[in-house]
Design a protein around this ligand. Structure first.
Ligand code: NOJ
Ligand code: CA
Length: 715
């Protein structure tokens, strides 16, 4: 009788509620949910009168069970309006507002053992997030997701900014084509990337940036990736439908879940202004608040490091030559030094001196520990132990030296993707760090993952990166993860997870065909939407023939654009990546890197277009009214007009403008720059001339009486 009554109730509710519509707080976006005749959950999204997502299906396939795709009825509907604010531990702005309309639709499959799945939608003014939830229930306990079938049916053949869908890497060059022209097979021959698992011609990674013919900027991505594989999408080129694809494990399953459970959020950002996409805080808002109670030890920071010299071949990670690899790691004491080892006590002291002199917080040291002779490409389980230094690296002496100079050493844990080994040794490695004065670590996952058969983007690895963040937090250690899954806003929950690589970094300019001049303008609209990147900007010596006449590689920007990246690419952790001796050649330009802040009270996205240009101004946190501005362009020269109307109208400021020289050009004349100082105020509009592949960087500080006498007004 009871079940008959509840069935009746469900039917009544179903009749009352087959279609649900909500609007975003400013009413610009509207979302409609409905069930098809077969009981298939369907949603659509509009921006004003423009269609963003046409009716698209939702659902999950479960191993050995009826799929959660159809035969649903609506069991319950709840809607609420949320408007709250929170202060990030570090970030682009001081306070973040989270304002959305939520719609929770409980769907039940009416078999003799009914099962329920909830789809939760959150509609913000700048986009939509939705996820699947599996509440605790009688007929669904532990289950295996065999596939996800989320669709995003687009309204046209949009222009897309994409890289190949791949379960192991995001380190590709971006391509800009219509959706119908996507051909990700170039990924198969991208041999400059160590480990690749390209999915196929029509698969692309998220965040996927698109622009419609009628001027909408649309971005498809995900938020709060926890206990689930990362999502890429397959493009159906007839209907322009994107279909979610998630990384499998070694036996082909996708995710193992136990009700109550929930998937990450699927996100659709949309606006008619490109700058709204860059300024969006939706992905952060969809993540859980910080799980770390005491955050006093978490610090945004700049670092130099024994790093670029390794990439340009000036020195080596390994201490000995690598031809006798069988000896190595078991008997490393017998190795003969190759005479080129980078991480020597003496060389690290030189970096510490440089950092100390210029107020740089940290010194990263790679190649300090034994194992580098046979770390690469062997799929070997026992390589590094993370606690044994090479004989020419004196941990205790350097600890003392760094402390005396007020500089922090930054640890490096390259795991060579032997993650089982890292998990076994993590506690010991973190203890070693704490004993030796380290409180930040750069991790790395170069290679094919162990456990063998797992991918960088699978559920097992997604959980690993989070385990590292959680364990590190217990030791009060900050993380910078290289080659992890792409970030999805989890730095809100784990603010000690300062940055990730998870994209094609500046390093590719040192030893491959590199990053095209538009690369950083695309990154802003794709990878960076999920979280900060350790891109390693600040390379001043642009052409690599400086190190070796046979080297044809170069950074595909001007020197000044390297400065601008500190502002356009938001991160609480940035390297001053070039060699100290190169900064000593250009001390006036290096001044900008010394000055620029790593934490902000406010950010103004002034002007942007994916693939073309980005201009941002940011107000430094805990400083006396200082602003930093970065403007970057692609291969085309550009004049960027920047009204300084964000400045205090009653005050005068000094703008120090770091500009490309008139004849600068990323290829022909990349290192030519000029630096000028002017008086400015809130009515000034700067006219910045960016060279092809160039940029501009400006620091703005309150003017002293002295400045007012000495400097000319900008005109
Ligand atoms: C790849 C990282 O991105 C790079 O920064 C690092 O130097 C090497 N792996 C070695 O760990
Ligand atoms: Ca890398």
């Amino acid at each position: 009788m009871k079940s008959f009554l509840s069935l009746l109730l469900v039917i009544i509710l179903t009749i009352a509620a087959t279609a649900q519509t909500i609007q975003s707080p400013n009413k610009k976006l509207s979302l409609a949910f409905s069930l098809s005749q077969d009981g298939e959950p369907t949603y659509q999204l509009n921006f004003g009168k423009k269609q963003v997502i046409l009716p698209s299906k939702l659902g999950i396939e479960i191993k050995d069970q009826t799929p959660f795709l159809r035969t649903f009825v609506i069991a319950n509907v709840e809607s609420s309006l949320v408007d709250e604010s929170w202060d990030p531990v570090w970030g682009e702005v001081k306070t973040i507002r989270s304002n959305y309309r939520e719609l929770k639709v409980a769907l039940t499959q009416m078999a003799n053992k009914p099962r329920t799945m909830i789809v939760t939608f959150r509609l913000f003014d700048d986009g939509l997030g939705f996820r699947y939830e599996f509440p605790q229930q009688d007929h669904l306990g532990y289950f295996t997701v065999s596939n996800e079938r989320t669709e995003f049916k687009l309204a046209g053949n949009h222009k897309a900014f994409w890289i190949p869908g791949d379960f192991d890497t995001n380190e590709y060059e971006y391509h800009e084509t219509a959706l119908s022209d996507v051909d990700a097979t170039y990924g198969f021959s991208a041999t400059e990337i160590a480990t690749r698992t390209v999915i196929g011609k029509n698969f692309v990674q998220t965040p996927l940036m698109m622009k419609s013919a009628d001027g909408l900027y649309i971005n498809i991505s995900e938020a709060a990736l926890v206990n689930y594989p990362a999502m890429c999408v397959e493009i159906n080129k007839e209907s322009f439908t994107l279909i979610s694809t998630i990384a499998p494990d070694p036996v082909g399953n996708k995710a193992y879940l136990q009700a109550p459970a929930k998937t990450p959020w699927r996100t659709v950002m949309v606006s008619d202004k490109a700058t709204d996409i860059l300024a969006s805080k939706m992905i952060l808002n969809l993540n859980e608040p910080s799980k770390i109670a005491d955050v006093s030890w978490i610090k945004p920071q700049k670092m130099v490091g024994v790093w670029w010299e390794l990439h340009v071949g000036k020195s080596t990670w390994n201490y000995a030559d690598t031809n006798n690899v069988q000896l190595v790691t078991t008997d490393w004491n017998k190795l003969k030094p190759n005479g080129k080892h980078g991480a020597t006590t003496e060389r690290v002291k030189y970096y510490i001196d440089f950092a100390s002199k210029h107020g740089i917080d940290g010194v990263l040291v790679e190649g300090w520990n034994v194992g580098w002779e046979d770390w690469f490409g062997q799929w070997k389980e026992e390589v590094f132990d993370f606690v044994t230094p090479y004989p020419d690296f004196d941990v205790d002496a350097l600890q003392k030296y760094a402390a005396e100079k007020g500089v922090k050493l930054v640890m490096h844990h390259e795991t060579s993707a032997s993650v089982t080994n890292y998990e076994r040794r993590m506690d010991e490695a973190f203890q070693f760090m704490k004993e030796h004065g380290y409180d930040a670590v750069k991790t790395g996952y170069v290679g094919k993952i162990i456990p063998r058969g797992e991918f960088h983007d699978g559920q097992w690895m997604v959980n690993h990166y989070i385990r590292v963040a959680e364990k590190a937090a217990k030791y009060k250690i900050m993380i910078d993860a290289h080659e992890p899954v792409r970030p999805t806003g989890l730095h809100r929950t784990y603010p000690n997870w300062l940055a990730c690589e998870a994209a094609r970094g500046n390093e590719f300019n040192g030893w491959s065909n590199g990053n095209k001049p538009d690369h950083e303008t695309v990154l802003a609209f794709t990878r960076l939407l999920g979280g900060p990147m350790d891109y390693t900007p600040g390379i001043f010596q642009i052409k690599m023939d400086y190190y070796n006449p046979n080297k044809k590689e170069q950074v595909h920007t001007t020197l000044v654009k390297q400065l601008a990246l500190y502002v356009t690419m938001y991160s609480p952790l940035h390297m001053a990546a070039d060699l100290p001796e190169n900064y000593d050649r250009f001390p006036d330009a290096f001044q900008f890197i010394k000055d620029v802040a790593m934490d902000w009270d406010d950010s103004k996205y002034i002007d942007a277009e994916p693939g073309d240009f980005v201009t941002v101004a940011r107000k430094a946190k805990n400083r006396n009214d200082e602003w930093y501005l970065g403007a970057i362009t692609d291969e085309n020269a550009r004049t960027s007009t920047v009204p300084l109307n964000f400045l205090d109208a009653k005050k005068k400021y000094v703008a120090t403008i770091y500009a490309d020289a008139a004849d600068a050009h990323w290829e022909k004349n990349p290192m030519a720059y000029k630096i000028e100082k002017f008086l400015v105020n809130g009515k000034t509009a700067l006219k910045l001339q960016l060279a092809p592949g160039g940029g501009a960087a400006v620091s703005i500080t309150p003017a002293t009486k002295e400045d007012e006498k000495k400097l000319k007004s900008y005109r």
